[in-house]
Ligand binder design. Sequence first.
Ligand code: 5GP
Ligand code: MN
Length: 334
Amino acid sequence: MSENISRLREILAFPKQVTIITHRNPDGDALGSSLGLAAFLRKSGHSVDVVAPSEYPEFFNYMHGIEKCIIFDTDPQAARKAVDRAEVIFCLDFNGLDRIDKLGENVQFSKAKKILIDHHLDPEPFTDIEFSDTQASSTSELVFKLIEDLGELSKIDPDLGACILSGIITDTGSFRYGTRVETYRIAGYLKSVGVDDHFVQDKIHNSLNEKKLRLLGHCLYNRMEVIKEYGVGIMYLNKKDYTDFDIQRGDTEGIVNYMLMVPEIVVAAFITEQPTIVKISLRSKGDISVQEIATKYFNGGGHKNASGGGVYASLNDIIDKLKKVIPLHVPKIQ
Ligand code: 5GP
Ligand code: MN
């Protein structure tokens, strides 16, 4: 047994007040890993709060326990209280305190034992125990392995398993990228204990409403530029688009990936003009690292093939900057 697992086992030997915290704009993996771990810890006799800095997309409502999730943006007091009273804090699916907004301070100054479970590159050293594996498809995969390494697989029931499978499905784009043998083994195990994978896939993929479908059409038809020379697709949404299409948090999730459906496009950028910041989402195929681009120029980070960032500048400045740095990172197509 690894040293980390022994230390964790010791920490969890008696019932504890636990807070699980995940990153802002929580996605399927952030929620799935957090809720899966929460269900496991509750079954083991601990009191558990789950906190997210900002709201999650509504279609994740099917996940067991999500209704108990505390959102900092809507209830900052409850969120701070949950962090402050914790004896143990699990930080899931993020690698730096800037990913949890103002709660970063509460976590930083908390006396709780802090445990990281994450698969992003270069985790910052703000926790006591790190379960960091950048080869893992998802943080949910790591939560499964943790439960397995603790010898507690029997605690994984269909509801808990559906949370973990949700994280794996969303972070791998339904097993299209980032997978390894473990990923399939875990998915197979989850199905074998009764997780309804068809239900989960349906909830995740058939969740668009008419507004989002039309927004997707607008992005593809009016807001996409392809730089053929480098195989780069750039898409943007300005503030007027946000008003015209009544875009809410989560409505733009996944749009960036459509550009990668074109074989020649190897890098996709989706740039959104938000109230105070311009956000960029980057995706790439193969060996091109958008993590480098996000870190170097856009105050962000993430994974080699999926990264993001945010900059206080104008939409046009960000688009121009991206166009300038493309030749430095993306090989020219012959
Ligand atoms: P998305 O493009 O879906 O927002 O994010 C893709 C990946 O990039 C995620 O795994 C996320 O962790 C990372 N990411 C997105 N935005 C930021 C950011 O502002 N800072 C950092 N460090 N990583 C980000
Ligand atoms: Mn993840």
